[in-house]
Design a binder for this molecule. Structure first.
Ligand code: NAD
Ligand code: APR
Length: 233
């Protein structure tokens, strides 16, 4: 059975109602990245950062997974153990749709202790100085990977890319590394590469195949095709 590695970005959650980052009216148009998505920003004004992620956690709790999230969960369930989903998203819509994912940029519903690295389920409203349940330090922070920090699980992700027969990128602009470099790594390992997006991404020219349109349509069609004609053994 072929191994399928899928990278998702903000675009897969767009039709559920969650803002993407680089759209005209996206998150980075409403907030300065330096203020809310960097360790320096957190050190400078932790209240602004905690409020920003409290707002995103509230928004994520009010929306539902869409047909694209559900299609990926069907694919993963049908090819047990052979479909790996890596998401740059911090919402839990993949999990709500029934899939298991690797959160390379962290997760809104997780809290991290800046003193001892302990993780625990985040409260809906985090406060600056919340105590860590493990070491009791007043050091709770959003469990989000900020610019300048190392994304999660990179060794595991590159192990999956080494074995991928198919690599798909869904709803990501290809602007941010290391995720934007995954397609080149998959091609080096001989994978067939497919980009599913409203438009060509910044690394679109590196994909062998493109499926252009909203994720709820193009991801659903792609999964139905894979389920009806299983990739070569
Ligand atoms: P980086 O600093 O190398 O930046 C690489 C890309 O990030 C840039 O090409 C640009 O597309 C984007 N970027 C950086 N500064 C930006 C800005 N001011 N406005 C808009 N886009 C900007 O990224 P990094 O240091 O390697 O970041 C480490 C990881 O943290 C990355 O994978 C990044 O995606 C992640 N991150 C996550 C969140 C989040 O909220 N989940 C926010 C920021 C960064
Ligand atoms: N269907 C498919 N693709 C879509 C849809 C949709 N309905 N709506 C938007 N897109 C695509 C856009 O064309 C764009 O390519 O989703 C992508 C969104 O790009 P970004 O806003 O840059 O989001 P993303 O690629 O996930 O950003 C990567 O950058 O700021 C950091 O850590 C942050 O995880 C984020 C990372």
């Amino acid at each position: 059975m072929s191994k399928i590695v899928i990278l998702t970005g903000a675009g897969i959650s767009a039709e559920s109602g969650i803002d993407t980052f680089r759209a005209e009216d996206g998150l980075w148009a409403q907030h300065r990245v330096e203020d809310v998505a960097t360790p320096e920003g957190f050190a400078r004004d932790p209240q602004l950062v905690v409020d920003f992620y409290n707002g995103r956690r509230k928004q994520a709790a009010e929306v539902s997974p869409n047909a694209a999230h559900q299609a990926l969960a069907r694919l993963q369930a049908n090819y047990a153990g052979q479909v790996v989903i890596v998401t740059q998203n911090v919402d839990d819509l993949h999990e709500q749709g029934g899939a298991q994912v690797i959160h390379m940029h962290g997760a809104l519903n997780s809290a991290l202790c800046a003193a001892c690295d302990h993780r625990w389920p985040a409260p809906m409203v985090m406060a600056v100085g919340d105590p860590c349940p493990a070491c009791n330090a007043p050091a709770a922070r959003p469990d989000i990977v900020w610019f300048g920090e190392m994304p999660n699980d990179m060794d595991e992700i590159f192990d999956h890319l080494a074995e991928a027969d198919i690599f798909a990128a869904i709803g990501t602009s290809g602007n941010v590394y290391p995720a934007a470099g995954f397609v080149a790594e998959a091609r080096r390992n001989g994978a067939h590469t497919v980009e599913l997006n409203l438009e060509r991404s910044a690394v679109g020219n590196q994909f062998a195949e493109h499926r252009t349109g909203p994720a709820t349509r193009v991801v659903t069609d792609w999964v139905e095709q894979l389920l009806s004609t299983p990739p070569q053994q």
